[in-house]
Design a protein around this ligand. Sequence first.
Ligand code: DON
Length: 302
Amino acid sequence: MEALLQSIEKKVRPLIGQGNVADYIPALAEVDPNQFGIAIYSNDGTLYQAGQADTEFSIQSISKVFSLTLAIKHYGESMWQRVGREPSGNPFNSLVQLEYEAGVPRNPFINAGALVVSDMNQSRFASPHYAMREFIRRLADNPHIQSDKVVSDSEYEFRARNASMAYLMKAFGNFDNDVEDVLHSYFDNCAVRMNCIDLAKAFSFLANKGFSQHSNEQILSPRETTQINGLLATSGLYDEAGNFAYRVGLPGKSGVGGGIIAIVPNQFSVCVWSPELNKSGNSLAGMAALEALSESIGWSVF
Ligand code: DON
């Protein structure tokens, strides 16, 4: 497997230079674009890696999967009254559907949906970001995971779009807490720094019927696990979820830090990272690496 990962790294590294690092969050624009890492964690506990798999990066929207997991554990089915389960077909930070769909976001992985989920977690925890950070540390088996204050402050400073979504949802009665407080929690979660190994380990429960081997905990029921994987397959890559299904064929989630996680149900959890993004905000070399990997091993679930 490691020889395959190395050959894939060699194949996709030349793509670096064809995308752009996210610059709408100024602190993210400073990352060195010439980086690539990949890690695979198998359900039997074996780790495979290549490239800069132990270099930390900003997990950004990948954090939305952790927030959703925490919310589902507490609210169960009732949470779906406040957020939908359909692909949006729009960019991750789009506002248009919110107005004519009465402040109910299409799914938990676009920004508006993640803000509603953060609002739910805000109601439940005294210190929502610390609850989330502890949860992530347990899942990744790494007590050193931290949020990057420079990134979260930069996100807060340039919060106008996310704040607009949250206030619009508040106007429709779909937001319970103070908007600015929830924005802080949401940005602190997006600004968490992890490496590919941390992320592959942290999401192993989604490949393992909801069970995390490191924390020795049933995080979600097997049924809830298949449900989250279904949502990741249909909405995890925003308006590129169809293309990801076509090219890779796995449940997945991307972030504008250049990370993508993918789940091979009942077998592996994967994380790939390369900071340059394509036009939809997904890692350009990361997508190509997952496509090559999935094609070589025959991983597509479809
Ligand atoms: O709120 C934002 O725009 C960022 N903190 C997260 C966006 C993101 O990662 C979307 N991913 N592709």
